[in-house]
Design a protein around this ligand. Structure first.
Ligand code: HEM
Length: 239
C-alpha cells in the first residue's frame, strides 16, 4: 500500500501540502498541550487526586501506548517537515533577499522566534520525559520533604524544588506560549478559514491564548516552590 503523503504526487510533494501538514500536526500537538495542562492542574487538588488521575491514565494501557506512539509520530514528523520548510524558505530568501529583509520588521516576535522556541521545546520534551515519564513513581524520587511517599505527585514536587530546574521549566513554558501563539495564527491562515481571515483581532486572540497557556503551566513550579516555603520550611505539615 502506498501512503498518499509521499511520492511524486503525494501530499508532501508540494510546499502548500507541507505547510498544511505542519499546521495540522501542530494543531494535534496544541490539543495535547491543552489536555495535558488540564490534567496537570489536578496537582493543585493535592496528591490523592493527582495520583488517582495518574493511575487512571496508567490503567488505560496498552491502549495508551497507541496514543503515545501516535503522539511521537506526530511530533517527529512536525519537526522534520518544519525543518524542510525552513531550509526551502532560506533558499528562496537567498534569491529574493531585499523583499525578505523588508518584511522582517513586519513579522511579530513570536514568528521570528519560532526556530528558537521550537528548539527549546524539543530540548524541554527530552528533559521532561527523563524527569517524569522514564522514572519510577514508587521509587525514592516520590518521597516528599516530610518523608511521606507521594508517588508521581512527589516526583513532580521534588523536581520543582530545584530552582534551576523550575527556571528551565518556566523558560520552556514561555517558549511553548510563544510557539502556540504563532502556531494557532499560522494554522488559521494556512487553512484560510472563512470569517477568520488574518486580522488584528485574531492576532490578539492567539497571543492571549499562548500567554494564558504559558502562564498557567508556569504556575505549577511556582506553586511548588511557594508551598515548600510556607509549609515544609516553616515546619507545618505539607501536602
Ligand atoms: C509544569 C508543567 C508540566 C508538568 C507538571 C508536567 C507533568 C507531566 C507528568 C507528571 C508526566 C508523566 C505522566 C505519567 O507518566 O503518568 C508528563 C508527561 C508528558 N509531558 Fe508533561 N508536564 C508539564 C508540561 C509539559 C509540556 C509543556 C509539554 C509539551 C510541550 C509536555 C509534554 C509531555 C509529554 C509528551 C509527556 C509524555 C506523555 C505520555 O507518556 O503519555 N509536558 N508530564
Amino acid at each position: 500500500m502506498r501512503l498518499p503523503l509521499f511520492g511524486e504526487h503525494g501530499f508532501l510533494s508540494s510546499s502548500v501540502g507541507r505547510k498544511q501538514f505542519v499546521a495540522a500536526t501542530g494543531l494535534c500537538l496544541i490539543l495535547f498541550v491543552v489536555v495535558h495542562l488540564a490534567g496537570n492542574l489536578l496537582l493543585f487538588a493535592g496528591p490523592d487526586v493527582f495520583n488517582a488521575y495518574a493511575h487512571k491514565l496508567a490503567s488505560l494501557r496498552p491502549a495508551l501506548f497507541v496514543v503515545e506512539a501516535g503522539l511521537l509520530v506526530i511530533f517527529v514528523s512536525h519537526l522534520a517537515v518544519t525543518v524542510l520548510l525552513v531550509v526551502e524558505n532560506s533558499k528562496a530568501r537567498g534569491k529574493t533577499r531585499y523583499d525578505v529583509q523588508r518584511s522582517q520588521g513586519e513579522r511579530s516576535l513570536a514568528t521570528r522566534l519560532m526556530p528558537w522556541t521550537g528548539g527549546i521545546i524539543l530540548a524541554f520534551v527530552i528533559w521532561h520525559l527523563l524527569d517524569f515519564t522514564f522514572t519510577d513513581p514508587d521509587g525514592p524520587r516520590g518521597v516528599m520533604p516530610n518523608a511521606v511517599h507521594r508517588g508521581l505527585y512527589g516526583v513532580v514536587f521534588n523536581s520543582f524544588l530545584n530552582p534551576l530546574n523550575s527556571l528551565f521549566y518556566i523558560v520552556a513554558m514561555v517558549a511553548v506560549g510563544l510557539h502556540l501563539s504563532h502556531g494557532v495564527q499560522s494554522f488559521v491562515q494556512t487553512f484560510g478559514f472563512s470569517g477568520l481571515a488574518p486580522s488584528p483581532k485574531l492576532k490578539v486572540a492567539c497571543q492571549g491564548f499562548g500567554l494564558l497557556v504559558g502562564l498557567v503551566y508556569s504556575c505549577i513550579p511556582i506553586y511548588v516552590m511557594v508551598v515548600n516555603i510556607i509549609t515544609f520550611k516553616s515546619g507545618t505539615p505539607g501536602p
